[in-house]
Write a protein that binds this ligand. Structure first.
Ligand SMILES: [Zn+2]
Length: 374
């Protein structure tokens, strides 16, 4: 099987698989390669050319998704080591799984799983192959543990982030400033309708802003009813209560003009899911004067420029872009961005782990508890 990079690996998963591989990129742009690697090992094992054995390990370490990208935390060096061990033929597959901190499970944490070949010359035996897999796995996890402090995300107060973005936008430079509303990312279960960051952007009077996407089927219906070119007064977003983190939905009262309405059918042109179709549901653009807000019926994480272009907004021409995303936006938007400012709003993908009332999480666990040895 192939696993997502954010898997919390459990003993049952490993016990029920003969070969496990996973993504080595974040944003995930190597679905093809990860699938090919698993399929290739499986096909070769069916032909008797290899005999896969696995080793895996887990760390009492909840790592912030905001620190999972290879360029940000320890993951880059661990992935480079994993790739090198595969390339040298020492093991068949080496996979890092930084995990998913927003899931309350006993398996939540950083893990690694490695597949070696019992028929390889270097392994000599089943036992030798397992030892090779174990050694690579332990090395990967050792890097993660040694550098665990780098997996902790330190958010900046929202008003300060927006002010910083505003200041950056006053310089003449090509490309927009990205404001990343990372606490409400639907790709990880966010409601995609928390309005805190939008509210702060409007409060600080940022101009020439494009925002995507707010999920609000009611607001879309109102805008479709009003029709393109007409003015509307809306209670936008804030329709979802999040009792698990003690957050009540709070809509934002906004007046503006309906600038566009689409059927929300899009085809990805960027490096992630290239060529695939997706469906935003009916989509409407609310133009408040300073901001153009893409409002959708369905949840969708913005990782491709098509989210704006399909409804007539050219993102490269905007001064500011606000995205409800954490890391995947980088696939499409990092290449066009002049600067990136992470904005800590609110929602179920909050990087501040103290907002979660964990019950099943293994304890003690870093960084929630003082713990010095895995
Ligand atoms: Zn993932």
């Amino acid at each position: 099987m192939t696993l997502d990079y954010h898997t919390n690996l459990s003993p049952d998963i490993v016990a029920n698989a003969s070969v496990i591989t996973g993504y080595k990129t974040y944003p995930h742009v190597d679905m093809y390669e990860a699938g090919l690697l698993a399929g290739d090992i499986l096909a070769r094992s069916l032909r008797g050319a290899v005999r896969p054995v696995m080793a895996w390990g887990w760390l009492p370490l909840v790592s912030s998704v905001m620190r999972h990208a290879p360029e940000d935390g320890p993951s880059g060096d661990i992935l480079a080591y994993a790739r090198a061990t595969e390339k040298s033929g020492r093991v068949l597959a080496a996979t890092l799984l930084p995990g998913f901190p927003h899931a309350d499970t006993p398996y939540t944490g950083v893990s690694a799983v490695v597949v070696a070949d019992a028929l390889a010359d270097t392994a000599v035996s089943f036992k030798g192959a397992r030892a090779a897999a174990q050694e690579v796995c332990e090395r990967m996890l050792a890097i993660a543990w040694e550098r665990r402090a780098e997996y902790v995300f330190h958010p900046e107060p929202l008003a300060r982030s927006v002010a910083r973005a505003r200041a950056l936008g006053t310089n003449a430079q090509p490309g927009p400033i990205l404001l990343i509303d990372h606490c409400d990312n639907c790709g990880s279960g966010g409601a995609q309708d928390v309005m805190l960051v939008v509210e702060e952007i409007l409060r600080q009077n940022l101009d020439d802003v494009a925002i995507a996407p707010i999920r609000d089927p009611q607001a879309v219906a109102q805008m479709v009813e009003a029709g393109i070119g007409n003015n509307v007064n809306l209670l936008l977003g804030g329709k979802t209560d999040m009792p698990a983190i003690g957050l009540a939905g709070r809509p934002l009262q906004l007046a503006g003009r309906v600038r566009n309405i689409t059927d929300g059918e899009i085809v990805f042109a960027g490096p992630m899911y290239t060529g695939l179709k997706s469906h935003l549901g009916r989509t409407a653009v609310l133009d408040t004067g300073r901001a153009q807000i893409v409002v959708t019926e369905r949840h969708h994480e913005p990782f491709d420029l098509v989210i704006f272009r399909h409804c007539g907004i050219e993102p490269t021409k905007k001064r500011y872009i606000m995205l409800k995303s954490r890391i995947h936006y980088r696939a499409g938007f990092k290449p066009i961005a002049a600067h990136i400012v992470e904005c800590a709003g609110a929602g179920v993908t909050n990087a501040d782990l103290s907002v979660y009332r964990y019950r099943k999480l293994a304890r003690p666990i870093y960084p929630l508890d003082a713990i010095w040895k895995p």
